[in-house]
Design a binder for this molecule. Sequence first.
Ligand SMILES: Cc1cc2nc3c(=O)[nH]c(=O)nc-3n(C[C@H](O)[C@H](O)[C@H](O)COP(=O)(O)O)c2cc1C
Length: 323
Amino acid sequence: MKLALAPMEGLIDEHMRAFLTRDRAFDHCVTEFLRISDQLLPKRVFQRICPEHRNDWKTPSGTPVHLQLLGSDPLLMAQNARRGALLGAPVIDVNFGCPSKTVNSNRGGSVLLQDPQEIYDILIAMRQAIPPHVPLTAKMRLGYEDKSLALDNALAMEAAGIDALCIHARTKVEGYKPPAHWQWIAKIKEQVKIPVTANGEIWTLEDYKKCQQVSGCDDIMLGRGAVASPNLALQIKSLAAGKEIKIGDWHTRLHDMLQMIRETIDCGNSKFAAGRIKQWLVYLQRGYPEASPFFQRAKRVKTSLQMIELLEQEIADFNGHPT
Ligand SMILES: Cc1cc2nc3c(=O)[nH]c(=O)nc-3n(C[C@H](O)[C@H](O)[C@H](O)COP(=O)(O)O)c2cc1C
């Protein structure tokens, strides 16, 4: 059973990847998407999207980071995939799920699910351009407006030679609204031979068990659930090993946030460090009631230093030693 940490543009960057993979429960993670529109991108752009390239494309705990590309021009996608592979990316992944209006209006992401032939043309060009030992994978939604082409798209991807497929079990129109249609993953999985990873709406151990049962997939990708409950992957892996572990309490999460913001600042990214904590708090509210009142205070914070002070204050209060 393999667990993957989902790509999440604007949220799961190298700092969040380092944090979420530190207990080694994930088998791999994926970069935020790199948009390919009109050129062969310079090396520095690949290196910026995956600062872990300095560590052989692995997070500090040794978890491989796959490179995700988004675009539709077969030649450009092929050239950029080749460059990524030659720079050391262990796997090239292609995004066929992004619902953003801007991205879709430039024929990237989920809009391509309206045309299986176009998907085939992109992937076959990429497969031919990257060295044979570098796997090519794809991440798709069930469709754009409806699910009528879900199977055709998956078959087109398989025919083009991808090595594995991850399915976010919703259409573009369904956005991020529950439920995720895991039974559709099972339908696709029955028809393809490549490994299939199930994704969408897994927030708890119970969701994981249900998804595995309904989708028939052993391999699972966690997105928002991993951010909301940073122990979820370890809980899942422990369950598979017959052990039970508890999720960390609010105090643990406060220390996590403090550690994360300090590391982000140390890496010279203090400009957006406070914003990241606010985004994280939005998800933490799901599992931690204490996160809501704290978020109300945190959202007024403007600088990363103020955020550190607020976190330290909250930890002191929690410890019963108000300053
Ligand atoms: C803020 C945000 C950013 C995302 N960015 C990406 C991305 O860059 N590439 C991608 O393939 N999917 C992206 N996704 C989709 C997630 O990878 C995942 O498929 C989706 O959130 C469903 O899984 P979940 O219910 O476990 O969160 C993003 C989702 C969110 C909420």
